[in-house]
Write a protein that binds this ligand. Structure first.
Ligand SMILES: Cc1cc2nc3c(=O)[nH]c(=O)nc-3n(C[C@H](O)[C@H](O)[C@H](O)COP(=O)(O)OP(=O)(O)OC[C@H]3O[C@@H](n4cnc5c(N)ncnc54)[C@H](O)[C@@H]3O)c2cc1C
Length: 422
């Protein structure tokens, strides 16, 4: 019996999981390479970083998703490159041969070459990074309370800066303000007038993908919640204690969360294809890497620029819609049909929440512009629907509902105390 075609998917994120789900039902052998044993729902990372959700509510074991499909296996390893001549993916645990490979390895934080910022800021692209933020922010409150005789130090510890006015920055700022509201009820010895949250954005606007009125709405809501929104403000340096702005202003702070840019994960540069300025592999309309007949790329690590002014945005629907086209094109190739389908991205609009009960939903051909509580409900239902398992959907829905009614947030657990140092 002839061997089944071997399809290797690098990355079990939005794109990789969708593709594997589609291929699982075919007579092919699928290997998913991922550095983790779970798939991550990145849009809710900010809720882990602010103690709203716990890790297993936004991460799901890859093996559990393919329990019923013996033709899908996980190879847990860090991909390091692709040798297209030999048709193998190179990893830190050996080589994985393929007939077709799909790069779906996503993106990482882009500090635009500013080494000090990279060293001292908090990034929020992985579960570990979100937990790191949670532990650090909670720690800052505990430490500040013990610095009763040092106001300068207290203020530095209680100043939380978020850089980047995209959805991630807005959502993080709104959620930190709420976390502070809860801390206020319990840290009786702290003067909360010393606490401040700043959102810094280099351009004159937040939420670049949204209509002007929604951007203004979001800024007004944040301001009402107490966030200091600093537009047209550029960050140039940070040493872990003082954040420097281009106009010379210095903000003393121990916490800078960087949500200002992404680039492809670095190993994409070792896959033998042409890459763009953000390190993403340039793909043809059919999602094959330029000049290749067996290497596809989808999602955040692919640069798709056909009929669009700029490459498609790094959002989940680009990855999942790309996965569907990659699936059909791989199956065509397996059948010997070289008449491949072109990818046409359909933009269903954008949404961002601004704390409990507040959100903005951008207008599309299908739905109207929404703001406030209705927008938040829409945001909530869309995100619940996209979570992987029924169990998770239920637990998250209960947590959000209970939090809405009671304001309670019990995930404020510091977990990074080393064994032996408790
Ligand atoms: C905080 C945050 C909030 C966001 N909010 C939204 C939102 O509200 N709406 C929206 O549409 N999009 C949002 N996004 C963007 C969205 O999450 C991404 O566009 C989407 O995840 C891209 O999917 P992907 O399949 O390309 O990659 P990913 O989902 O990032 O998956 C990549 C996978 O590759 C794996 N991987 C990476 N490098 C390697 C390696 N070397 N070896 C092995 N495995 C590797 C990773 O572990 C990961 O599992 C958000 C992103 C972040 C970080």
């Amino acid at each position: 019996m002839a061997e089944k075609p071997r399809i290797v998917i690098v990355g079990a994120g939005f794109g990789g999981m969708k593709l594997a789900e589609l291929l699982a039902k075919e007579d092919v052998s699928v290997t998913i390479i991922d550095r983790h044993n779970f798939t991550l729902f990145q849009p809710l990372l900010y809720q882990v970083s602010t103690s709203m959700l716990s890790t297993d509510e936004i991460a799901y074991p890859i093996r559990a998703a393919f329990r019923k499909y013996p033709n899908v296996e996980l190879f847990m390893a860090k991909a390091q490159g692709v040798d297209q001549e030999r048709k193998v993916v190179l990893t830190n645990h050996g080589e994985v041969p393929y007939d077709y490979v799909v790069l779906a390895a996503g993106a990482t934080t882009n500090f635009f070459g500013m080494k000090n910022l990279e060293e001292h800021c908090f990034a929020m692209k992985s579960l570990q990074e979100a937990l790191h933020i949670r532990n650090h922010v909670l720690h800052m409150f505990e430490r500040a309370e013990k610095h009763q005789d040092d106001e300068e130090m207290r203020r530095r510890m209680l100043t939380f800066v978020i850089v980047g006015g995209g959805p991630t920055g807005i959502e993080e700022a709104g959620a930190i303000v709420e976390l502070i509201g809860i801390q206020k009820k319990e840290l009786h010895n702290l003067d909360f007038s010393e606490v401040s949250v700043k959102l810094i954005e280099a351009t004159p606007h937040v939420l670049p993908m949204m209509a002007e009125n929604l951007r203004e709405y979001a800024v007004n809501v944040l301001k009402k919640k107490g966030v200091d929104v600093m537009l047209s403000t550029q960050v140039v340096d940070y040493d872990g204690d003082n954040l420097k702005l281009k106009d010379g202003t210095v903000i003393p702070t121990r916490t800078v969360i960087w949500a200002a840019g992404v680039k492809a994960v670095p190993f994409i540069a070792n896959c033998g294809g042409e890459v763009d300025r953000a390190g993403r592999i340039i793909v043809e309309e059919n999602l094959l890497a330029k000049g290749s007949d067996s290497l596809f790329a989808i999602g955040d690590c692919a640069s798709f620029c056909h009929g669009t002014e700029r490459p498609l945005p790094t959002v989940a629907p680009v990855a999942t819609q790309g996965a569907e086209v990659a699936y059909r094109n791989i199956m065509k190739k397996i059948r010997g049909d070289e008449n491949l389908e072109s990818f046409h991205y359909v933009d269903h609009g954008a949404m961002a929440t601004i704390g409990r009960g507040e959100a903005v939903v951008n207008k599309t051909s299908l739905n109207p512009q929404l703001t406030g509580f209705i927008a938040w409900c829409a945001w909530m239902f869309v995100h619940l629907a996209r979570l992987t398992s029924t169990h998770t959907k239920l637990t998250v829905a209960i947590k959000w509902g209970w939090n809405l009614l009671s304001g309670i947030r019990l995930g404020r657990i510091i977990t990074n105390i080393k064994l032996g140092e408790e």
